[in-house]
Ligand binder design. Structure first.
Ligand code: CTP
Length: 396
């Protein structure tokens, strides 16, 4: 039985940790809890102890707590440390290695994987300090679940709401599943690119990034370590992926090549084919009509396929967004870009593809072709990952 050390931070979302304990135990985990002093302002140690059927620890300098289980032992006995809710304060303490209470001391002493589930007010989440801390925690190997966008207890609305309990349980379960892509590194490009015209205007396209993010989630769920290089979107990086945010095709090209080596590359991004030389100042309407001189952007997919030797990912997947002769155009792209799999995407009905949750795709490899009509983007991503696993001859 896998053991989870649950650290409950002090936020209004702490009440959800009671349901989380129950659901984790239903899923077969043993849960041992540390309740911070602030957490105990929202829920009682008695409810936590009753639901976990384990003693609850909260004091660093408590003779009773230390005799029952020392803080070092507490941090090592678990298979994973789950911080839920992770407050801005707890995240900041983790970044700086503070150890002035039981929760922070355990987090500093542990040699086990740590997962944080942030929950806080939207302004606190978006504050540069929190975002800096998140980047540092990710770099330190801490996994992050959520947060999501939605209404908050404080009456505001936005990013910072804690992930739903069911999603947290699913993410913890997938953490323990090795999966056929375990040990493989996958790079996924997603979303549109923005090519600036002047400081306020840019060339863009209708991509929402949903398909790319779904592919990244499916790869991570099958055990891959995923670097998600994304153009501007409103989406949250799926659990288990490392998000690299970019804006232009050039930045995307640089980020992808910096993330190499990789075993798998899936180019889902709708990269702008052209860019203009941006004007340093805002172009004025009153002046003469501006002439936009276009120059070609680098083709990221083709550049990956063209890499020599072991630098080329073993499996490179391209997407072909087409409105006519979908299959023949897609097959031509499979050849011309020398990729291993191409996903033909029928975008003729723009209103039902861009930004929507469903899609119609044909997944074409050298040996197989499958058709998926009006499926969810999650299902299309799963089907692609199955083809990818077969193409790479990995066991499912
Ligand atoms: N792609 C890329 N870099 C570019 C352009 C496209 O990596 N500069 C990738 C996309 O992510 C996708 C594939 O190439 O996987 C095909 O993109 P698509 O726009 O359909 O094809 P193009 O090569 O741009 O050809 P066309 O627009 O003429 O159909």
């Amino acid at each position: 039985m896998k053991r989870i050390l649950l650290i409950i931070g002090g936020g209004i979302a702490a009440y959800k940790s009671l349901e989380l304990i129950r659901r984790l135990r239903d899923a077969g985990f043993e849960v041992q809890a540390v309740l911070t002093k602030a957490g105990a302002e929202f829920i009682t140690p008695l409810s936590v102890a009753a639901l976990s059927e384990q003693p609850v620890y909260s004091e660093l300098f408590s003779l009773k707590d230390e005799t029952e289980m020392g803080h070092i032992q507490l941090s090592r006995k678990a298979d994973v440390v789950l911080v839920c809710p992770a407050t801005a304060d707890l995240m900041a303490k983790m970044v700086h290695g503070l150890a002035n209470d039981l929760a922070s001391t355990v987090l500093l002493a542990t040699d086990k994987p740590v997962i944080v589930v942030p929950a806080m007010n939207v302004r606190m989440w978006e504050h540069k300090a929190t975002q800096r801390n998140l980047t540092q925690l990710t770099a330190d190997g801490v996994h992050c679940i959520g947060p999501v966008t939605g209404p908050m207890a404080c009456g505001e609305h936005g990013m910072g709401r804690m992930s739903e309990v069911g999603d947290i349980v699913a993410a913890v379960q997938s953490h323990f599943r090795a999966g056929p892509l375990h040990g493989k590194h996958a790079i996924v490009t997603a979303g549109p690119t923005h090519e600036p015209i002047d400081p306020v205007r840019y060339i863009a396209n209708r991509s929402s990034g949903k398909q790319g993010y779904a592919v990244a989630a499916a790869l991570a769920a099958h055990g891959a370590r995923v670097t998600l290089v994304s153009g501007p979107t409103n989406l949250t990086a799926p659990h288990g992926t490392t998000l690299v945010k970019v804006e232009t095709a050039h930045e995307m090209y640089e980020a992808v090549h910096k993330a190499l080596p990789a075993d798998i590359a899936v180019c889902v991004a709708a990269v702008a084919d052209w860019r203009v030389k941006p004007a340093p100042q805002k172009l004025k309407k009153s002046a003469h009509m501006p002439k936009l001189e276009l120059s070609e952007n680098p083709d990221i997919l083709a550049s990956l396929c063209a890499l020599k030797d072991e630098r080329r990912p073993a499996c490179v997947v391209g997407f072909a967004a087409e409105t006519t002769d979908i299959l023949s155009h897609a097959r031509a792209k499979l050849k011309s870009k020398s990729c291993d799999i191409i996903v033909a995407n029928d975008v003729s009905e723009t209103s039902t593809i861009f930004g929507c949750d469903t899609t119609t795709v044909d997944i074409i490899s050298a040996t197989a072709q499958t058709h998926h009509a009006r499926v969810s983007k999650t299902m299309a991503a799963d089907a692609l990952v199955q083809t990818l696993i077969q193409t790479m001859d990995l066991n499912i």
